[in-house]
Design a protein around this ligand. Structure first.
Ligand code: DGJ
Length: 730
């Protein structure tokens, strides 16, 4: 049993894989954090809590005058606002008395088998694996708020999931002004904060900097998790690298406004709080109602950042992604976006499909531009009806012809959007998300639909289902090309409009749930102007996500490297595109474009009819390579070898099969140097086995390959790369 309660000391202990976590009921029923780190034996944990209440500026709770106990310095499980702790709060509730001073005391707990689920929201699930849940109830006697602090653990994972469900057990409404999913107090601050920032076409760039005595916030208030910050942060020991050292990874399973805040307090402790962004959030909870904060996943790694990432990869691939496709090798697709943009018709698509079939590509994806009068980005979003000028006779004849060539067919939607110039907008101007009395801001010529409304979601479900039923569609790309503004739904009463952002996300999840359940055979791919909503929650509905609109292979090294901190390779959609690259103008050789894309869910995004005979031969080779290597890449353990954010001349990563009998290493030279010397030290191999490598043909021990490496010193051209396949021979 991984979860224990010790009655005598009122201590909870969770053992998750190689890690342990402990907290106890402290003075006045406050939950005090005791430990999170590498596994510890069953022992007395008293005295670990950290509390200094002697200074008059750190108050004692009522009735504890003169004691050493102050919330202001105590390490806690779920700190609250306004009652003596001046640091970041996890919970702030404004009651009928007009005050947001909040107080929580332990009432009871339950340990049960199985992993909890969250109503209407994505969460890690156990499936067939053994799992347990700890549900601790704390309550605020004044407001009647009853908070269930949920802890989940799945056998074999160094991860603890957390969530908080708040119920109004009182007799008057109150307003939740902040409800984090989890807080983590650690008794030290000698950490680096690692997080992933970015912008459109530059998602998930790596940032690492030491914590100092201040508050840092990684957040979005765009209505989406966003290109700008990812719902992830790690606290890593200063010396932690890819293979060694301690690191705490924190990942929020949420697609909307979020905040991951860290604070180093006066006493040298670190508090991290993660959850829905409290900015632009206020949720009224009437008596009897409940509110669930999204799930947070905490991973403690003693094997550096690589160990942390591999735990996230396995957990998310097996216990967060769902559906028929989650563990299947994904089809090689060709997407027509960069091949044609809006300028296509049936003839053009069939020409691409014919070449695709001849080259061994398995699916044609028809991107933006197939519906309404969509010949540019100025109109028709919301009018999900086939443009018969482009596709004569409709969708079915096209799909049948593509299928007859031996290819599957996929299609693009941007369900949450509405163009001002659309039949939908003319019929339902009130479906545009906009604060009453304001004019909606416009971005890429489009507005956002009010996804909080059931009638909007029903319309989308019916029209999208109609398209999906009209032909043999195997794949859907779900795009989202702008962020929310004026987000206060007129469909809600004024006092509830602070709920709009979160209700929007719940509405999105509701629609995704209905569609994925109704079309279980369809492979869904998430997208938001590239990777603007690449978060764990979207993986629950779509096991792969378009990583970035930047398809330049060299830029992709950094983007995919950063993305790999949390997300499994099987989720990282990556395509070979044309040169000069449409975003950067760079010319990179065909092999490198393939080698970089090979590290994810592989495909093409170019006009196959324009390739030379030589390039077509290379496509055939890449297709064969993908078939040979995809099981290794998608199910293997991923190791980052050379960090392109630190080394502008090199980038490398590798995948190792679970039984360590096979591996695939990728080495890329984004920018060359004279007298280029490099030894690529591998990782994850069995030190005692011998591997033959496909580059030199030599047979060497895993130990030698990991400690000395493969000598790659030679003249390299800018953008050159190599794939090295390793096979254990003894
Ligand atoms: C943004 C996506 O990331 C692109 O791949 C493409 O689908 C365009 N939208 C279409 O508008």
């Amino acid at each position: 049993m991984p979860i224990h309660y010790y009655e005598q000391t009122q201590t909870f202990r969770i053992d998750a894989g190689k890690t342990s976590y402990a907290f106890r009921v402290g003075p006045r029923g406050v939950l005090l954090h005791l430990y999170f780190g590498p596994h510890i034996p069953d022992e007395d944990l008293s005295g670990l809590e950290f509390s200094l209440g002697l200074a008059s500026f750190s108050p004692n709770p009522p009735g504890m005058a003169g004691s050493r106990f102050s919330l202001d310095s105590a390490l806690q499980e779920y700190p609250v606002n306004g009652t003596g702790d001046y640091r970041l709060a996890a919970l702030s509730i404004r009651g009928q008395n007009g005050s947001s001073a909040t107080s929580l005391r332990y009432r009871s707990h339950e340990i049960r088998d199985g992993k909890y689920a969250l109503d209407g929201m994505p969460a890690v699930y156990a499936g067939d694996a053994a799992a347990q849940t700890l549900d601790v109830t704390v309550e605020d006697p004044l407001t009647g708020a009853e908070v269930h602090l949920l802890y989940g653990v799945i056998e074999g994972f160094d991860a603890i999931t957390r969530a908080a469900v708040i119920r109004n057990a009182g007799d008057a409404p109150f307003v939740i002004e902040k409800a984090a999913s989890a807080a983590l107090d650690l008794p030290r601050m000698d950490f680096d904060l690692i997080h992933l920032y970015g912008q459109w076409a530059q998602e998930r760039q790596l940032s690492r900097a030491p914590l100092t005595h201040d508050i840092r916030t990684i957040a979005s208030k765009r209505g989406a998790s966003s290109h700008y910050h990812n719902t992830f942060a790690a606290l890593a020991e200063r010396s932690a690298d890819e293979t060694h050292g301690g690191a705490y990874g924190m990942s929020l399973v949420y697609s909307g406004n979020f905040a991951i805040e860290t604070e180093c307090d006066a006493y040298g402790a670190t508090r991290a709080v993660l959850g829905i962004n409290p900015v632009d959030f206020a949720w009224t909870l009437a008596p009897g109602e409940q509110f669930a904060a999204p799930e947070a996943v905490l991973v403690c790694s003693g094997e550096g950042l690589g160990g942390m990432s591999r735990t996230f990869h396995r957990l998310y691939r097996r216990h967060l992604c769902r559906g028929e496709w989650k563990e299947k090798i994904r089809p090689i697709l060709v997407n027509n976006w960069e091949a044609t943009y809006f300028d296509f018709d049936e003839e053009k698509l069939l020409a691409i499909a014919k070449d695709a079939a001849a080259l061994g590509i398995e699916m044609l994806v028809m991107d933006d531009g197939w519906f309404g009068r969509r010949n540019d980005d100025k109109r028709s979003l919301g009018d999900w009806f086939v443009n018969e000028e482009k596709l004569k006779g409709g969708l079915k004849p096209l799909v049948d012809k593509v299928n007859a060539l031996g290819l599957q067919f996929g299609i693009w939607f941007e369900p949450e959007m509405i163009s001002p110039d659309s039949d939908l907008c003319r019929a339902h101007p009130d479906w545009v998300l906009c604060a009453p009395g304001r004019e909606p801001s416009i971005a890429r010529n489009q507005y956002v639909l009010d996804m909080t409304r059931q009638d909007v979601r029903d319309y989308l479900f019916e029209t999208i289902s109609g398209v999906l039923r009209s032909a043999n569609i195997a794949y859907v790309k779900w795009d989202f090309n702008r962020n929310l503004t004026e987000a206060a739904s007129p469909a809600l009463p004024p006092e509830r409009r602070g709920e709009t952002f979160h209700r929007y996300v719940l509405g999105l999840y509701d629609l995704l749930e209905r569609l994925t359940a109704a079309f279980p055979h369809i492979l869904f791919e998430g997208c938001s102007g590239g990777g603007g909503r690449f978060d764990p929650a979207m993986l629950y509905y779509s096991p792969q996500i378009w990583t970035s609109d930047d398809t330049d292979a060299i830029e992709r090294c950094r983007i995919q490297y950063g993305t790999s901190f949390v997300y499994p390779p099987s989720s990282i959609s990556a395509h070979v595109s044309a040169v000069p690259n449409h975003q950067t103008g760079r010319v990179t050789d065909f092999a490198t474009r393939g080698n970089v894309a090979m590290a994810g869910a592989f495909g093409y995004e170019l006009d196959l009819t324009k390739l030379t005979a030589g390039e077509k031969e290379l496509v055939k080779q890449q297709v064969a390579q993908y078939h040979a290597y995809a099981p290794l890449v998608q199910d293997g353990d991923f190791y980052r070898l050379i960090n392109p954010f630190e080394d502008e001349n090199r980038c490398a990563w590798m995948s190792v099969s679970p039984d360590r009998s096979e591996a695939l290493a990728t080495f890329i030279v984004p920018k060359t140097r004279v007298n280029f010397t490099s030894c690529l030290r591998l990782a994850g191999l069995d030190p005692d086995r011998f591997y033959k490598d496909s580059l030199t043909g030599s047979v060497r021990s895993g130990s030698l390959l990991m400690n000395a490496g493969i000598n790659l010193s030679r003249a390299w051209k800018d953008g050159e790369s190599v794939l090295i396949h390793l096979k254990a021979v003894r």
